[in-house]
Design a protein around this ligand. Structure first.
Ligand code: URA
Length: 212
């Protein structure tokens, strides 16, 4: 992995603790989903560390003061279907006013290439900051395709958030979109021949939705 890779490893103890719990194969669908939500809410703190604040006049029970608030509506969480849904829910629990976009991409099982089947974004993306969410940055095909597509709409900024990645995924993003920061809770050893991250956590979508 290049030393200058635009990657933020979020090694907060709470994030690492919950990630270890959800990697374990005996975790139930229910607990897996809950843990993905919790980790994602924690990741949001780090990912949104630099979002702008503006002043508002408020009244406390004692006096008037100037407080600072974010403009959640300027933020768009873009979920890569279907596994992005879990991260999206966790992030929305922290920023409920954010807008939401969806990109439907599936991995062709033979080529592992990302094929788009759905794309729906809020209006005026040029005035908004985009955070793309997908639990696994594996081959990088879906992530690169999602960023390619979003760049066509010229948002103010784009970040990419995942739970796990691997050197191959980081390299793919770095090659295609070195300007897009990647936030992750872990960089695992490698991809296997089926495009799974190892040691990883298995198929995030199947584990989240109980489809296997
Ligand atoms: N997608 C998953 O759900 N898991 C992986 O390990 C890789 C891609």
């Amino acid at each position: 992995m290049a030393d200058n890779a635009n990657i933020h490893l979020i090694d907060h103890p709470l994030v690492q603790h919950k990630l270890t719990l959800l990697r374990q194969k005996e975790v139930s669908t229910n607990n897996f989903r809950r843990l993905v939500n919790e980790v994602s809410a924690l990741l949001a703190y780090e990912v949104l560390r630099d979002i702008p604040l503006h002043d508002v006049e408020i009244e406390t029970p004692l006096e008037t003061m100037t407080g600072r608030v974010i403009d959640g509506k300027k933020l768009v969480f873009v979920s890569i279907l279907r596994a992005g849904t879990g991260i999206l829910d966790g992030m929305l629990s922290v920023v409920p006013g954010a807008r939401v976009g969806h990109i439907g991409l599936y991995r062709d099982p033979k080529t592992l290439i990302a094929v788009e089947y759905y794309f729906k974004m809020p209006q005026d993306l040029a005035e908004r900051d985009v955070v793309i969410v997908d639990p696994m940055l594996a081959t990088g095909h879906s992530a690169v395709a999602a960023v390619d597509r979003l760049k066509e709409l010229s948002p103010k900024s784009i970040k990419f958030v995942c739970l796990l990645t691997c050197p191959e995924g980081v390299a793919a993003m770095q090659d295609a979109h070195p300007d897009v920061p990647v936030y992750t809770a872990a960089i695992d050893r490698e991809l296997d021949e089926h495009g799974y991250i190892v040691p990883g956590l298995g198929d995030a979508g199947d584990r989240m939705f109980g489809t296997k």
